[in-house]
Design a protein around this ligand. Structure first.
Ligand code: A2P
Length: 322
């Protein structure tokens, strides 16, 4: 459910900028006005950069004809079954990195076809990134996969979700566990300075059937340490552990197997072979079966599921399919 059964590459457009222009509120990126010291310095540079870009964003925003319409500003196809797109962001939309919104297109009968999509960009960004599978007979993605820059989509500006830092108790090491398009909320959280403020170490485990399906995540993760804006936050805190299950790759195996066997701990040189509920925190996003199997492992190690209302050691969300 989470991942496309991707086969083969499609041509992609040029390299992606990890950081985007930022909307400011009171001189600081929206939702980040509380940052201080070094963070403010870095974010001031973000603001200068983004201000240069504002004209471009405004010029791109076409006249809105749909209710809750947003304009597509970029599309990249990763495989025959996976694509990324970026849209303008409604002025009114405030969200926490890791949350999702409903997006869609008008159906043939004029009624909107809406699906839940994790926002793949961080809360401070002035555009919205999404990462989607293409279901050839899917009511929404059979059409959404054909969107182009300048087109409009419907976006309901009511973000929700449990994959938020607030739903976890303080800890030392944060695990992002995803299959397929389940990496989308983590593409947001990996670009949020708060992730690195709250944790000493962040581990991104992502498993797909084939190598080409890892590309979106690889491109993003590998750009971060050198990124002029977020790089200082990321430093050497972010460890990336991509694996495949159905195509040869340097590292293989399901997230569940690599956790349960201790392989990921050994491969990353961690001083333990399982998670410690006093230090490890996890966020899980994949298919229902994946989520269930990962939860069983985490619970076996003594981690408890948290929620916004009652933070604990891990949180889980289904990766949504269109
Ligand atoms: P596998 O190839 O062994 O089935 P899918 O496209 O079916 O959602 O799968 C995406 C990735 O998630 C695949 O690498 C798949 O591995 C893996 N996967 C599917 N189900 C589970 C599960 N219950 N636990 C762990 N990994 C899973």
């Amino acid at each position: 459910m989470a991942a496309g059964t991707a086969l083969g590459n499609t041509p992609r457009e040029g390299p992606r900028r990890a950081f985007r222009p930022v909307r400011t509120v009171g001189g600081f990126p929206e939702g980040r006005g509380h940052l201080e010291g070094k963070e403010r310095g870095i974010l001031s540079r973000c603001i200068a950069y983004m201000n240069q870009q504002t004209a471009v964003t405004q010029a791109t925003a076409a006249k809105k004809t749909l209710p809750d319409a947003q304009t597509v500003t970029e599309v990249r196809h990763y495989t025959d079954d996976l694509f990324y797109f970026r849209t303008t962001r409604p002025q009114s939309l405030r969200f926490r990195s890791g949350e999702f919104v409903m997006i869609g297109l008008p159906g043939d009968d004029g009624k909107p076809i809406m699906r839940a999509y994790s926002i793949a960009s961080p809360a401070w960004d002035d555009g919205l990134d999404f990462y989607s599978i293409k279901v050839q007979d899917g009511p929404l993605t059979s059409r959404l996969q054909h969107i182009k820059p300048g087109d409009e989509i419907i976006l309901r500006p009511k973000p929700v979700g449990t994959l938020v830092l607030d739903a976890l108790l303080p800890g030392k090491r944060l695990w992002f566990l995803a299959t397929g398009t389940g990496i989308a909320p983590f593409a947001s959280l990996m670009r949020d300075p708060e992730t690195y403020e709250q944790y000493d170490e962040v581990i991104m485990m992502h498993t797909c059937r084939e190598v080409a399906e890892l590309e979106f995540g690889r491109e993003l993760v590998e750009s971060l340490p050198q990124d002029p804006l977020i790089g200082e936050f990321v430093g050497d805190k972010l460890k990336y552990y991509p694996t495949t299950t159905r195509e040869d790759f340097r590292n293989m195996g399901r997230v569940t197997d690599n956790l349960a066997s201790g392989k990921v701990f050994r491969d990353l040189g961690l001083p333990c072979e399982k998670m410690d509920p006093s230090a490890d925190r996890a966020m899980v996003c994949g298919s229902l079966d994946f989520n269930k199997d990962v939860m069983a492992i985490l619970e076996g190690w003594g981690l408890r599921e948290g929620a916004n209302s009652e933070p604990a050691e891990y949180v889980v969300e289904k990766a949504f399919v269109g």
